[in-house]
Design a protein around this ligand. Structure first.
Ligand code: ADP
Ligand code: MG
Length: 199
């Protein structure tokens, strides 16, 4: 965290914790990157109560349980720390997924994705929106190696959450017993296709 701007009041948070940013009113007073500040402006200038109360803590890396009514601005209370944490960590494409945000409906997920893109528009982070609700097609590639790597529990958990009526394509280099067990659980009336090169 960079040093506080000298106009920021130094103080204690309501719960007795300490943050040099407790009491600041404007997004531009927060210890966040210029890129994020540029993404917030001009739409977002002054913080809402939940943002003002939580951001000094979340930006320091603390866990937050934030309760505030609908419309109070909770989205930015997590979008800003997510972007800042990844930016400070110099998160890049080779680091993979750096944050998962779970939302109850497609509409809310779409709204928060739009907010994330707005506030993050000057950053080089990439983001994806995953929504479900229609039939998917599941592919299990290198199934034997997935199981060899010890991901059976994780795979079972994922498959148990997927629609029962779906198409599933499973490919594997070897037909081990564990692959056959997985096939029995995840495929429906499959075509068995086995090709062996002569060489
Ligand atoms: P909640 O998740 O608490 O229901 P949202 O994060 O969806 O609330 O925010 C509600 C609305 O308020 C959104 O349209 C958002 O753009 C707007 N908003 C959030 N924070 C601010 C702010 N600091 N200044 C102005 N508008 C804001
Ligand atoms: Mg919300």
């Amino acid at each position: 965290i960079s040093p506080p701007p000298h106009d920021a009041p130094i103080g204690r948070t309501k719960d007795g914790g300490f943050s040099p940013y407790a009491g600041v009113r404007f997004f531009r007073q927060l210890p966040i990157s210029q890129r994020t500040k540029d993404g917030l402006a001009p739409k977002y200038v002054e913080m809402s109560d939940i943002q003002r109360a939580s951001l000094p803590h979340s930006l320091c890396g603390r866990d937050i349980l934030g309760a505030a009514k609908t419309g109070s601005g909770k989205t930015l209370a997590f979008v800003i720390p997510v972007i800042e944490k990844l930016y400070r960590a110099r998160w890049g494409p080779e680091d993979g997924v750096g944050s998962i945000i779970i939302s109850p409906t497609k509409e809310l997920a779409g709204q928060l994705f739009a907010e994330l893109k707005t506030v993050g528009k000057h950053h080089s982070l990439s983001a994806g929106l995953l929504i479900g609700g229609r039939k998917d097609i599941l592919v299990l590639d290198e199934a034997d190696r997935i199981l060899d790597a010890g991901f059976k529990t994780e795979l079972d958990a994922i498959i148990s959450q997927l629609p029962k009526r779906r198409q599933t394509l499973l490919f594997s280099a070897t037909q081990t017993k564990s692959v056959k067990d997985l096939a029995r659980l995840s495929l429906k009336d499959p075509e068995y296709i086995s090709v062996h090169a002569e060489s």
